[in-house]
Design a protein around this ligand. Structure first.
Ligand SMILES: [Fe+2]
Length: 451
């Protein structure tokens, strides 16, 4: 609903729609005396509707379709107003559209399509674009139209998503759109070819081109499916690790959530944040190689046991190094128990020599460990754990990371619904701990020796 959106997003949507309407009126006036190939318009409209009906969902919301090539061909073939009609009607008639189509989406999509397609078509015609690209100079109007189309489209969608979700446009751009640019640039030549084929052979040749478009769509979908499978696999692996110790249930996911919040607060690039999220989920993957008798021991670890426990960092790094998409994060796993003062393990790295991701996970890990029940001690209150983290700043933890954690702590919303469930589980575990607790060891550091 339009009224449910943040104030700035509503203003932006209305601004885009009104600007689009003004441009559409002007394009209509410019096209009124131009002869129009209505058969060609109908063919491109039908193909665009078909393509738009097979969208690929993006990870942070929004969708992309291969109809881009068909609309781009329309920009090169038809007067600007007709190209805009192909884009808007293709969007509205798509069978994958929500029914009823929410007003704010209708307003924004119509406005941004008119602006991106209309201005790209206008640019192409003003530059006297021709459909015989033999010399480099002939490509200039096409390239300019492409940049205008892609730039306005992605720019407006990025801004509206950032305003609606109240996150930085950079976060939306990096997660959803940066990887799209090469794909759109690859679809653009296909659009040019479709336009050339239509000009020389008519509709039949265009139909032949529709098959590669469907294959391109399949590639988009495969990429998104693979990405999702990758995430699911990581989460299953983390759940398997957590399952070895019922007291750490959900630990990996919570550490990942805190680590992401800290990294964003530290203004890390969004692709690094995403990588850190996966690594944080797997930071204790090496525990799979540690005997359960040590993991679940209801008392302090002796020297040998502690030495065995320390191996989990190196084992985890080896596991992660074998996953091609995560291999660059293996060092982060290896060093997640290093300390700022050099007294950590496995390599005793000091200060900035410790990878930043490891320093971030160290704080997130210690905070979650302190606020969770363990067989050898009950959970602490979040505020008490935060104070302890502050106390260890500059000794165990990177002061910069602690500062970022203090800043994001209020927004971690530890009392939201998901967290309430976790807290309820923690309360049940606490009762169990109380019933057979032996002795609570005196803690000498933030977190404990088994995080
Ligand atoms: Fe660990």
């Amino acid at each position: 609903m339009l009224k449910d959106l943040p104030y700035k997003a509503r203003i932006f949507i209305l601004l885009v729609f009104c600007s689009g309407c003004i441009l559409a009126l002007n394009l209509f006036r410019l096209s009124i005396d131009t002869p129009i190939n209505w058969g060609g318009f109908l063919l491109f409209l039908i193909l665009t509707v078909l393509s738009d009906s097979l969208p690929v969902s993006l990870p942070r919301g929004g969708q992309v379709t291969v109809s881009f090539a068909l609309v781009f061909a329309s920009i090169l073939l038809f007067p600007p107003f007709v190209a805009v009609l192909v884009a808007i009607l293709g969007d509205l008639l798509s069978s994958k559209r929500e029914r009823p189509y929410p007003l704010h989406k209708y307003l924004f999509n119509s406005g941004q399509l008119i602006l991106s397609v209309g201005l790209a078509a206008l640019t192409y015609h003003l530059l006297n674009g021709r459909l015989e690209p033999v010399f480099m100079m002939d490509l200039l109007p096409i390239m300019t139209a492409l940049l205008v189309d892609v730039g306005i489209n992605i720019g407006l969608v990025t801004i509206v998503m950032a305003l609606a979700q109240e996150v930085s446009p950079w976060a939306i751009w990096a997660t959803n759109f940066r990887w799209m640019i090469p794909n759109l640039m690859a679809l653009a030549p296909l659009g040019v070819l479709i336009a050339l084929v239509f000009r020389s052979t008519g509709g039949f040749g265009v139909l032949l081109f529709f098959v590669p478009l469907l294959i391109a769509r399949h590639s988009f979908q495969s990429y998104m499916d693979m990405r999702q499978s990758f995430l699911d696999t990581i989460q299953s692996l983390a759940a398997a690790i957590d399952a070895k110790d019922p007291y750490t249930r959900g630990h990996s996911e919570r550490v990942a959530r805190y680590a992401v919040a800290i990294a964003r607060e530290m203004k890390r690039p969004e692709d690094q944040v995403e990588q850190l999220q996966y690594i944080a989920v797997l930071h204790d993957a090496g525990k799979i190689g540690i005997p359960e008798a040590i993991l679940n021991k209801p008392g302090s670890l002796d020297r040998d046991e502690f030495a065995q426990m320390q191996h989990h960092a190196a084992i985890g790094a080896e596991i992660v190094a074998n996953v091609k998409m995560l291999a660059s994060g293996a060092d982060i796993v290896r060093h997640h128990h290093e300390k700022w003062d050099g007294k950590g393990y496995p390599d005793g790295l000091v200060g900035a020599a410790i990878p930043l991701g490891s320093r971030i996970i160290a704080v997130a890990d210690a905070f979650d460990a302190m606020t969770s029940d363990r067989p050898y001690r009950p959970a602490r209150a979040p505020e008490a754990a935060l104070e302890e983290i502050k106390g260890c700043s500059g000794r165990q933890f990177d002061p910069g990371v602690v500062k970022a954690f203090i800043n994001v702590y209020p927004s971690l919303n530890l009392s939201n619904k998901a967290e309430q469930k976790t807290l309820a589980e923690a309360a049940a575990a606490r009762e169990e701990v109380a019933s057979h607790r032996q002795k609570v060891p005196i803690e000498h550091e933030c977190g404990d020796d088994r995080i």
